[in-house]
Design a protein around this ligand. Structure first.
Ligand SMILES: CC(=O)SCCNC(=O)CCNC(=O)[C@H](O)C(C)(C)COP(=O)(O)OP(=O)(O)OC[C@H]1O[C@@H](n2cnc3c(N)ncnc32)[C@H](O)[C@@H]1OP(=O)(O)O
Length: 210
């Protein structure tokens, strides 16, 4: 499968200043920007910056960023699922995962997250993919936001909806281990029936155990 990537960008105004939401961007460009010190949700900023530069180099990898001048203040990643997770077991070349999304606290609640999702889906190539995201409450910034798990889950749903991702049932044990966890997905317009059925089987791998 050829992974075509077409760049889109949009300027957004926030009370903290204007941002450019753009991508997919090249690893070289991403490397040239400063990575804000408050991007700490998944790894220390330096390591996360490097991880994103590496994802941008992957054939299927996509990174979209929100930047203030030359400083990255938010990002979203798409790449093949981790080989240790069930979502990679079907070896589906048209299934990619929204692996991480983060916006620094200073720019939160200005629709930056929603714009990262919206600009991602402007690329027509996204219609060729099943895009999944797994939501685990232990990745959420409950402490920083003061939201409870259900309020945070609502934020995630609203943000993902801006990219057309919606809730899908699954029997994945980690997702089922807490009711606020969930699987969300977007099935592109050109995804074939065979792939949709394969995805259904990945969602319900335990059903023959009962
Ligand atoms: C697959 C994963 O990556 S899971 C982990 C997700 N990432 C994290 O939890 C990292 C830490 N958190 C963050 O970086 C940010 O809070 C994000 C990425 C979750 C959200 O980014 P934001 O730019 O603030 O999101 P955005 O402004 O687009 O908000 C989406 C919706 O949620 C609402 N919202 C966002 N934050 C809050 C809040 N603290 N309280 C109430 N509502 C909120 C917004 O008002 C908006 O609702 P609307 O559609 O009614 O307007």
């Amino acid at each position: 499968m050829e992974h075509k990537k077409t760049y889109h960008a949009k300027e957004i105004k926030t009370a903290q200043g204007n941002l450019l939401v753009e991508g997919p961007i090249s690893s070289e460009k991403l490397d040239s920007y400063e990575f804000h010190k408050d991007l700490v949700a998944f790894r220390p900023p330096k390591q996360q910056h490097k991880a994103l530069v590496d994802i941008a180099k992957l054939p299927e990898g996509r990174i979209l960023i929100a930047r203030n001048q030359d400083i990255v203040v938010g990002y979203v990643t798409y790449l093949y699922p981790d080989p240790l997770e069930r979502w990679s077991e079907g070896n589906m070349e048209n299934l990619i995962e929204l692996g991480a999304i983060e916006v620094i606290p200073e720019f939160r609640e200005f629709s930056v997250g929603k714009n990262l999702l919206g600009i991602s889906m402007m690329d027509d190539a996204m219609e060729d993919y099943i895009i999944i995201t797994t939501e685990y409450y232990w990745h959420w910034d409950l402490k920083g936001t003061g939201l409870n798990v259900w309020e945070y889950r609502k934020v995630m749903e609203k943000m993902m909806k801006a990219g057309g991702l919606e809730w899908y049932a699954t029997d994945d044990p980690e997702i089922c281990s807490h009711p606020a966890n969930c699987l969300m997905a977007r099935i592109g317009k050109r995804v074939d029936q065979d792939s949709i059925q394969k995805f259904d089987r990945l969602r319900f791998m335990n059903r023959f155990m009962y």
